[in-house]
Design a protein around this ligand. Sequence first.
Ligand code: ADP
Ligand code: MG
Length: 614
Amino acid sequence: MNSIINILPEHLANKIAAGEVVQRPESVIKELLENAIDAEATAISITIKNAGKLLIRVTDNGKGMSEEDAVKSFYRHATSKIASYDDLENIHTLGFRGEALASVAAVAQVELKTKRDEDEVGTFIRTEGSEIKEQTKSAHQRGTTVSVKNLFFNTPARRQFLKSNNTEFKHVYETIQRLALSHPEIALEFVSDDDTILALPGQGLDERLKSLFGDRHFSTLISVKETTDLLSINGFVGKPDFARKSKVDQFIFLNKRFIISRSINHAVFSGYEHLVEKGNFPFFLLFIELDPHKVDVNVHPSKMEVKFADEQSIYRIVMSVVRKALGQNDLMPTVEFQSSNQTQFSSLHHVAQPRWIGDERGLSSSVPNTPFGIEAKKQFENEDFPFDLSSKLDQIFSTTPATETAQQQIEAQQVQHGTRESEAQEGKAIWQLHNKYILSQIRSGLMIIDQHVAHERILYERALQRFNNAVPSSQQLLFPQTVQLTSGDFTLVKEVLPFLQSIGFETKIFGKNTIVLEGVPPEVKAGTEATILQDILDEFKNNQLRVKLDARDNVAKSFSCKAAIKAGEKLNEIEMRSLIDQLFATSMPYVCPHGRPVLIKISLPELDRRFLRT
Ligand code: ADP
Ligand code: MG
């Protein structure tokens, strides 16, 4: 067969999302790389000069083209990848529009060299502004080389539109990086103005990630894997405390195509709910594999946007898969001392501390009588934490349809860990530091807990649980409190009243701008009943200004922040132990609802290193 490229009939060509694909060097590179990958190359080499403005050359060792197809490949709507409307609904290749080479050739001087295995000698074609200027036989190894010179040479207006070399290079690099990630098995070389930027052998995804981002970065990733009837997902999500202020390192690949999807992005963020502060972006890299019939990639010329047949299900699956992966991992930030005068915390949240109001209250609540209490305590004593939090997550957020009940899961875990129970060290040392931090020995070293944020996390999850419970837990006040509010706060109270009630506030409206507080949640410290409501309202408004939260979540956060024990409060040993037990009974003991770390760990080896014991 000497030709596999068809010129698409007009009715089919018209169905293809129309639009210009060549906007800048990066778009040329994307198209050429996609062609090389579609041609089943196992090695690709990219050379650019002047950020691609002067030269872009892509060489692949793929299947090559016959002379006939080499000519045809420059025609509009010429493609070997689809032939019928059905094919358009079932796309397995990166390209299918048959327009890339034609569009590139229209705005540059293009040279193509190509050879198939079965051909003795290859083909050389030179075009200029869509016209074939030269066509000869030429030597080439199996595969194809496309050189694109002087991009926009015949459209000066568009050339002027190009940005600085730095900016254009950045775009080029990002595109190459995406394809390097989606196809780690392909060896990749990238040379820019004689500098070798990348020289990657064909490798596995883990190795490719390490090559591109470094070993250290790789160690901050949690692997994700899940297969359902609808789709399969695998990849990595970053530990929350490594989230950054910028959005760059986020990759979603759908059937190996890099896509931009607000919906999936949002699903991932929901999976991180309460683990990263708004405005911080976690790293993630997810490969979603889906039956091509269930997604339309033909909605945008650059094929980066897609349309899912069942977006909602995909959203739900992605969210719970991310949540589960995070829940199953030890997210405890570890302190590493980098050099003698520089200490670096792996946790990088710089959130303003709330005002602390010191007082003498101890932690009154005892170990919760949830089934978690017992299990968590055991887990804590056995520590080295990678314990399975997913069942707890499921119970608290009740998103993933659980096959077993949470109780069954916990019982199963207890059986599983039963043998370790005898190892539990009773009466392990525990200290309070500056009435602010709790220090505790754990098997792998030292754990330091921030008492306020720890309690915040506990109260926050209790609030969330109460939202789902029909009967609020409330403590009747012997002497109901009359609370005088500003008219703004009075309106606000009326607005959030249902949420306040479900976490345990019993209130009555009492004339203009006045309410009567008849009951409070059991966690509210005796003596603060009169002020707690105002504190919560203030925090609520504060949050409203700072971040976008829904009212329910805001109430939960404001309550947990204001009712939690504060820095400066002295805790006795029983209170500290109780706090730790309750903390490890939460779905996420490692970060507070605002995304700040609750605890950090300093490992024994790290201490040994500091004291030059190694
Ligand atoms: P599309 O990729 O959408 O089919 P293109 O304009 O990018 O359209 O390419 C047109 C055709 O040229 C492809 O369908 C393919 O058959 C052929 N082709 C392009 N580049 C290569 C390559 N590097 N190796 C082999 N064939 C190629
Ligand atoms: Mg193509």
